[in-house]
Design a protein around this ligand. Structure first.
Ligand code: SAM
Length: 288
């Protein structure tokens, strides 16, 4: 048996590399299906169906469901399990590589549904890349409901400017409002992971809560601020120069922008509200 695989009671060899911790707590499965707000006018894109426990529950509510699974060993099993449900499609592929836009366009016209919701209990190491891929795709999802490690959920749900804030907090809350659906401790899974989990629903906003003059630069300021999160803003924001070769911001320019916004230069990025980053990024941008 490979180092990455464990034998489960059902005889399936879970791949650690693919983050295969399958849900065995039906209460959590139900909470996700209800919490994701799927209805008969919804196309669900499910990421990582595994053996289909969540797929089956979601399919009861959804107009249609397309499940994307990377592990080829699971594909025949899933296709057999849902063979009698012509509203469920199993796609073999990597969610990070797949052309989601095309998949959704075809799915919407084939199944005649107007809304798209993404749902997934996926490997923890792809939580952030997946969320960012989905949010930056510009595809008008209604929501993204995802199981994630509790520490990541704490960051996504944190009020910007409070203890658990990270760069991802602003990236997600700029585009979404966030609702907690449920907790899932490690014993809800087979095999049990080392960490506890939380399910969040990210609801895409129609409009962002702030309107920075230059959105890309707004996010670069946040990124620079958190690259060395223990440093003061005056020091950490000079890291902006490492994000674009055309930037040559000196400390005097950053100091002057901080003063213009009435922000103490000794503060740290994690203390900044979304509105403060908006004002500050505008002020620094004007210093070029
Ligand atoms: N949804 C199932 C459940 O709740 O029992 C399985 C969850 S398991 C945590 C994650 C699933 O995602 C596995 O089946 C794994 O093979 C699949 N997976 C891992 N990486 C993937 C990727 N890049 N694209 C699609 N599926 C992936």
């Amino acid at each position: 048996m490979s180092r990455n695989k464990k034998k489960s009671s059902g005889g399936f060899h879970h791949s650690k590399k693919l983050g295969q911790n399958f849900l065995i707590d039906h209460g959590v499965v139900e909470d996700i299906a209800i919490g994701s707000q799927v209805d008969s006018d919804t196309l669900v894109i499910e990421i990582g169906p595994g053996q289909g426990v969540l797929t089956e529950e979601l399919a009861e509510y959804a107009g249609a469901l397309i499940a994307v699974e990377l592990d080829d060993r699971l594909i025949p099993y899933l296709r057999t399990r849902f063979a009698l449900n012509d509203q469920v499609e199993i796609v073999h592929g990597d969610i990070l590589e797949i052309d989601l836009e095309e998949m959704i366009r075809e799915g919407k016209s084939k199944y005649d549904v107007s809304k798209v919701r993404v749902v997934g209990n996926l490997p923890y190491y792809i939580t952030t890349p997946i969320i960012m891929k989905l949010l930056e795709s510009g595809i008008p999802f209604e929501s993204i409901t995802i199981m994630m490690q509790k520490e990541v959920a704490d960051r996504l749900i944190a009020e910007p400017g409070t203890k658990n804030t990270g760069a991802i907090t602003y990236a997600v809350q700029y585009r979404c409002t966030v609702d907690k659906i449920c907790d899932a401790d490690r014993y809800c899974f087979d095999p049990a992971p080392k960490v506890d989990s939380v399910v969040l629903r990210l609801n895409l906003r129609k409009e962002p809560p702030v309107t920075p003059e230059n959105e890309k630069f707004f996010f670069q300021c946040i990124k620079a601020g958190f690259m060395m999160r223990r440093k003061t803003l005056l020091n950490s924001l000079t890291a902006l120069n490492s994000l674009d070769a055309s930037y040559h911001f000196g400390k005097e320019q950053i100091q002057s922008a901080l003063e213009e916004c009435d922000i103490d230069s000794k503060r740290r990025a994690e203390s900044m509200t979304m509105e403060e980053f908006e004002k500050l990024s505008n002020a620094i941008w004007r210093q070029r």
